[in-house]
Design a protein around this ligand. Structure first.
Ligand SMILES: Cc1ncc(C[n+]2csc(CCOP(=O)(O)OP(=O)(O)O)c2C)c(N)n1
Ligand SMILES: [Mg+2]
Length: 693
């Protein structure tokens, strides 16, 4: 052998050794946990390895580097693939303050604790737990959706922050995905949006392994994916053997050369590559291989059969020398450029620091509107549109849009320079997500995880279409802003298909989500203050289509009480109520009217406005007691929605006015009467509560 061939041969051997290390780590971790999916990492290891080894611009020493390429594992069930890569590349853990530590994000100990309580290696990747995990994945389709938001963020940041000679942002998003990701509707919505926006920085690697959990993929999936994606406007390329590193490299190079659209690399792979069982049959594969098969597979790989969690000499070194060194060089170069940039454009550099840490610029709350008392009032969607326009002017990286309902949702940013985001203007701040609620949710998550304060809007009823994304925002601790208008039967004539009933209760049941349903225009302003301050919690802002009075705050308590989630708006003389009326949103003024009527009758009532039960629950016991004194059992909640959950605040003797069926198509005033949202009904229930009936 001549010297060059020798080098090549050694190089290839080293590649194989690295790839098989990833595979066997996945096999051993799943076996030890007696739970998990070894097959996908075994099939996909070369696809991920080729990317990390040759192309990914990523410095394991700083997983917070702003311009790092993002690797997203949308088929989150293959989590061990990601954990093995993070381990081998020695990616560092970032602490709660965002500082990079010397600790490894994934140690061998953590790999051995795969899927165990408190480990950094949960069953599916969770970005708030493990540094290097760019976004939380597992529900198929969400990761590909997130990756579209990340690609949007990269383009937006580049358009807003790059300056001649200073390409601060040009990062790419590489997303591994599976049959399930492409079967899920959200995957299709996201793909459609990505090509419409010509996101050339987005690459999906599709694991075309012809199998799903139930059996052969063609039991349920027989379309021509390539043709579908060509139809979307993607650049589609194919690698017919997942083990062919050369062809994989070529495919990644094609992606790099493609400047006008996203790229799909269809990779034909064998799930459980190397396993006599899994490879050739359609056996179920979401389970450990079993001791016997582990041995057979290791023999096939030329691996010592009895060694577990074996990392041969040279593997980690190779990652260090190649991935680590390239990453360090690239980041070093970038940091020098960024240092110059910071000198030249200190304001922009400072903004980037705030973006990275979800911090607010000083003066973020200046010029927020206050609204004078007005009996006719204004819909909260209207007042919210005004407040949003003020807040967004103060926070230049607040961006977003609606799922084709911007004029109804009132979310358009109208001030000078806001602009429309499009394939020809990546600097725009108004987004048109199209009638794609789910992809909007997933994209907003991806934009938020990239530092932007992104909002997405639709009718409240359609939260059901995007709920999985809202849930991942909550789980992944992303401060996303979801704006939902047409919040109840109050929307009127559109009828029960559009009238939310159970959505409030169901979103309130979701951990780490703040639901805010403000009760007048000034409460809207206060609600936006809560939203702006979030760093780890998404908010669902729930707004009305119909007008509601702007309450006279000289007569009633100031709206600043919203900051505590619930507050006493109007009180009994001496603060000793016989009955407490609790309301949110448009029902607040109804309770105020009932309160006045009760007062005229000599009944001592209190009105509590509770725009956010989550925020109220966080207050100390003394405050909660001051708002809802335990010795007042006569309580009435009023909300045009399912009453589920209100018992927590009204107690066993309380009464709940709400919706116990779907709504109806009719003018608002008829609906209010028909469903009992009248002053007389509230008064009647208040009397009944006092009487203990
Ligand atoms: C939304 C959603 N539905 C169902 C599942 C459960 N699940 C996990 S993997 C999988 C399908 C596996 O098929 P494929 O996507 O082709 O992945 P592969 O098994 O080939 O790795 C399913 C249904 C899920 N994770 N997410
Ligand atoms: Mg599959």
């Amino acid at each position: 052998m001549v010297a060059t061939e020798q080098v090549l041969a050694t190089g290839q051997q080293l590649d194989t050794l690295c790839i098989n290390t990833i595979r066997t780590l996945a096999i051993d971790a799943v076996q030890q946990a007696n739970s998990g999916h070894p097959g996908a990492p075994m099939g996909l290891a070369p696809v991920a390895y080729c990317l990390w080894e040759k192309f990914l611009r990523y410095d394991p020493a700083d997983p917070t580097w702003l311009n790092r390429d993002r690797f997203v594992l949308s088929n989150g069930h293959a989590s061990m693939l990601l954990y093995a890569l993070l381990y081998l590349a020695e990616v560092r853990q970032v602490d709660d303050q965002g500082h990079v530590t010397n600790e490894l994000a994934v140690t061998m100990d953590q790999i051995k604790k795969f899927r165990q309580l408190g480990s950094r290696t949960p069953g599916h990747p969770e970005s708030h737990i493990t540094s290097g995990v760019e976004t939380t994945t597992g529900p198929l389709g969400q990761g590909v959706g997130n990756s579209v938001g990340m690609a949007i963020a990269s383009k937006w940041l580049a358009a807003r922050f790059n300056r001649p000679g200073y390409d601060i942002f040009d990062f790419n998003i590489y997303t591994m995905c599976s049959d399930g990701d492409l079967m899920e509707g959200v995957g299709g919505e996201a793909a459609s949006l990505a090509s419409h926006l010509k996101l050339s920085n987005l690459c999906w690697m599709y694991d075309h392994n012809s199998i799903t959990l139930d059996g052969p993929a063609d039991w349920s999936f027989s379309e021509d994916v390539a043709t579908r994606f060509v139809g979307y406007g993607w650049n589609v390329t194919r690698v017919v053997d997942a083990n062919d590193l050369q062809m994989l490299s070529r495919a990644y190079e094609i992606f790099h050369k493609t400047t006008d659209r996203p790229t799909l690399i269809i990779v034909d792979s064998h799930i459980g590559y190397g396993s006599p069982h899994k490879q050739d049959t359609n056996a179920a594969h979401g389970e450990p291989l079993g001791e016997e098969e582990v041995k057979l597979v290791k023999r096939f790989y030329g691996w010592p059969e009895d060694k577990r969690f074996y990392v041969p000499d040279g593997v980690q070194e190779h990652f260090r020398e190649v991935v680590g060194r390239r990453g360090a060089e690239l980041r070093g170069k970038w940091s020098k450029t960024f240092a110059d940039y910071s000198q030249k454009y200190p304001e922009l550099a400072q903004q980037l620091s705030m973006i990275q840490h979800h911090e607010l610029p000083s003066g973020w709350d200046k010029n927020l509107p206050t609204f004078p008392a007005d009996a006719k009032g204004v819909a909260t969607r209207e007042s919210s549109g005004k407040v949003l326009n003020a807040v967004a002017q103060n926070i230049p990286w607040m961006v977003g849009g609606a799922a084709d309902l911007a004029t109804s949702n009132k979310t358009t940013l109208k001030f000078e320079g806001a602009g429309e985001f499009s394939a020809t203007n990546y600097a725009g701040r108004n987004f048109h997500f199209g009638v794609r609620e789910h992809a909007m949710g997933a994209a907003v998550n991806g934009m938020t995880v990239s530092g932007l304060r992104a909002f997405g809007a639709t009718f409240f009823n359609f939260t059901d279409y995007m709920r999985a994304s809202i849930r991942l925002a909550a789980l992944g601790q992303l401060p996303c802003i979801f704006v939902f208008t047409h919040d109840s039967i109050g929307l009127g004539e559109d009828g029960p298909t559009h009238q939310p009933i159970e959505q409030l209760a169901s979103l309130r049941a979701m951990p780490n989500l703040i639901v805010l349903r403000p009760g007048d225009a000034n409460e809207v302003t206060e609600a936006w203050k809560i939203i702006a301050k979030q760093k780890h919690t998404p908010v669902a802002l729930v707004l009305s289509r119909q007008n509601m009075p702007t309450l006279d705050r000289t007569k009633y308590a100031p709206a600043s009480g919203v900051a505590k989630g619930a507050y006493v708006l109007a009180d009994a003389e001496g603060g000793k109520p016989q009955v407490i009326l609790i309301a949110t949103g448009s029902e607040l003024s109804l309770c105020v009217d009932a309160y006045e009527k009760l007062k005229a009758e000599g009944i001592q009532a209190r009105v509590v406005s509770m725009p956010s039960s989550e925020v109220f629950d966080q207050q100390d016991a003394a405050y909660k007691e001051s708002v809802l004194p335990s010795d007042v059992a006569a309580r009435v909640s009023v909300e045009m929605a399912a009453t589920f959950g209100w018992e927590r605040y009204t107690g066993s003797k309380g009464r709940n006015i709400g919706m116990h069926r779907f709504g109806a198509s009719a003018p608002l005033k008829d609906l209010l009467k028909y469903f009992g949202f009248t002053v007389d009904h509230v008064v009647e229930e208040a009397r009944a509560a006092i009487a203990g009936r």
